[in-house]
Design a protein around this ligand. Structure first.
Ligand code: AMP
Length: 494
């Protein structure tokens, strides 16, 4: 669906703060490009295509031709939302793109991004990866600044945190970078933002740098993206990571950068485990290599006698390679994954639930039959995947199934952009490892230790957010966190 605006106060865009706008804000992909003379919508399309793993629920692009901003966004995968006709109609020199991810909550158009709002100086479009934890404060600030059309109380899991930022920015009769300079210091939580008006692209990363954000150079311009893989794919060269607490401003005059807050790095450890693409580089290290190393450490920490190491593709593959290498047990492909099953199609109907994991994974019976298997996956969250998978492997003739997990048990909710929402949902929050092992039906279960995982990243423990594993929250959590199972000892440290 397309909308556009060149006029302040465009009435068509009031849906930005629609009361139906609900659902969790999760790990998403953001992309921005400033490149006069290039097809910026097409570049955004390919950048978002590379970031599809970070969000499969909706996709959107905002483009400016210097006079007005056009926004096109809809539910579905990037390739479902955009076609040749749409892309060629989105003309301009400046664009931002967003892919949104959510496993629960409302899958509605209003949750798609970029968000858009008109301000005194024109339009503002914004895309957000992360989750803000002080929406109540921001709502109060917005009311102070005289915005009357945010009538309802915002819930902590509302996607409206993004709309709130857009609304706050639009209250300033100022250039976008000036408005951002005012607004950014008020935001708490995890945020990688790409924003634009008709002339300027601004990218900003929270002071903890919880989610990744990188800068790339095109021959005739600049790109910013959640991951380096997106920079590679659009043919840009990687320049550097955008620093925690840094704001980058790009316009006709070039690129300027400044700090809106002191850097206090707390990079998300789960990006290393699962979220980021294996070909992405974070902190100077290729994610694939970190995951292989994790698999090696896992083999040292949790050895087992077996005939074959198989990954749960694709997320378990690098760690399985490392496990096999370190243990000397042969590596094999025992499961075939259908990569084309988008979340959009997996509606929670009974029929779909029954099909369950078979929609995604099918065992290679000849490989598995009679073998003592080591099955390597990146994480157990609710435990459903492993339970179904193990039953399927036994049905396919596996003699033994030993599960090895390349992250520690996920015990605590994430308030910074991953959908680990309540403790009750997390199998490791309520059960000991031997109980989880029985619950999923494995012959044995081993997780990598937290120290082992951290060692593989080469980042110091203090510079990582490990909250989902150890319950130490580095940034203010939302007011309702306690109801989600957070105990007072897990209150934030800053
Ligand atoms: P579960 O059935 O809840 O235990 O799901 C665990 C599986 O989901 C693992 O195989 C992971 O690869 C994958 N996974 C881990 N974290 C996430 C996430 N935030 N969103 C979607 N899938 C995830």
């Amino acid at each position: 669906m397309l909308f556009s605006s060149s006029r302040p106060g465009d009435g068509r865009l009031t849906q930005e703060l629609d009361p139906q706008d609900q659902g969790p804000q999760d790990a998403c992909g953001v992309f921005g490009v400033f490149a006069p003379g290039e097809e910026v919508a097409r570049l955004s399309f390919f950048g978002m295509y590379a970031l599809q793993h970070r969000g499969q629920e909706s996709a959107g692009i905002a483009v400016s031709n210097g006079k007005r901003i056009m926004v096109f966004k809809d539910m579905g995968l990037v390739s479902q939302v955009f076609d040749e006709g749409t892309l060629s109609s989105l003309k301009g020199h400046l664009a931002i793109g967003h892919t949104r991810y959510s496993t629960t909550g409302a899958s509605v158009w209003n949750n798609a991004q970029p968000t858009f709002r008109s301000g005194p100086r024109g339009g503002i479009a914004l895309g957000h990866n992360g989750n803000l934890t002080n929406t109540e404060e921001l709502e109060a600030l917005l009311a102070e600044r005289g915005v009357a059309d945010v009538p309802r109380k915002l819930t902590m899991d509302s996607t409206n945190d993004t709309s709130l930022v857009t609304a706050l920015l639009s209250t300033y009769d100022a250039d976008l970078d000036e408005a951002a300079r005012e607004v950014l210091p008020h935001l708490k939580g995890a945020f990688c933002l790409v924003m634009m008006n008709e002339h300027t692209l601004v990218a900003a990363r929270d002071p903890q740098g919880i989610r990744p954000l990188v800068l790339g150079r095109l021959e005739q311009g600049w790109v910013v993206a959640s991951e380096t893989a997106a920079i590679d794919i659009v043919g840009a060269s990687f320049v550097r990571e955008i620093e925690p607490g840094e704001m980058v401003v790009i316009d006709q005059a070039g690129l300027r950068t400044e700090r809106f807050a002191e850097a206090r790095p707390k990079h998300c450890l789960f990006e290393y485990v699962y979220l980021a693409r294996p070909d992405t580089i974070i902190g100077g290290r290729r994610i694939h290599n970190v995951r292989v190393k994790v698999g090696k450490i896992l083999a040292e920490e949790s050895p087992v006698e077996a005939d074959l190491v198989i990954p749960v593709p694709e997320s378990g593959t690098p760690a399985a390679i490392g496990y096999a290498d370190q243990s000397g047990i042969p590596f094999g492909q025992g499961l075939v994954k259908n990569n084309y099953v988008g979340r959009t199609f997996i509606q929670p109907s009974d029929t779909m639930r029954r099909m369950g994991i078979r929609l995604k994974l099918n065992p290679l019976r000849d490989v598995i039959k009679g073998k003592r298997l080591v099955v390597v996956d990146d994480s157990i969250v609710r435990g459903n995947t492993q339970r179904q998978l193990i039953a399927m492997l036994r049905e396919a003739g596996a003699a033994e199934v030993h599960v090895r997990i390349s992250s520690p048990p996920v015990e605590w909710p994430c308030f910074y952009g991953i959908d680990f929402s309540t403790r009750a949902e997390l199998i490791a929050a309520g059960l000991e490892i031997d109980e989880i092992c029985r619950s999923i039906g494995a012959d044995s279960l081993g997780y990598i230790s937290l120290d082992g995982l951290i060692r593989a990243t080469h980042v110091t423990k203090d510079n990582l957010c490990r909250a989902c594993f150890d319950g130490v929250y580095p940034v203010q959590v939302p007011p309702g966190a306690r109801e989600l199972g957070l105990t007072p000892t897990q209150e934030p440290t800053t």
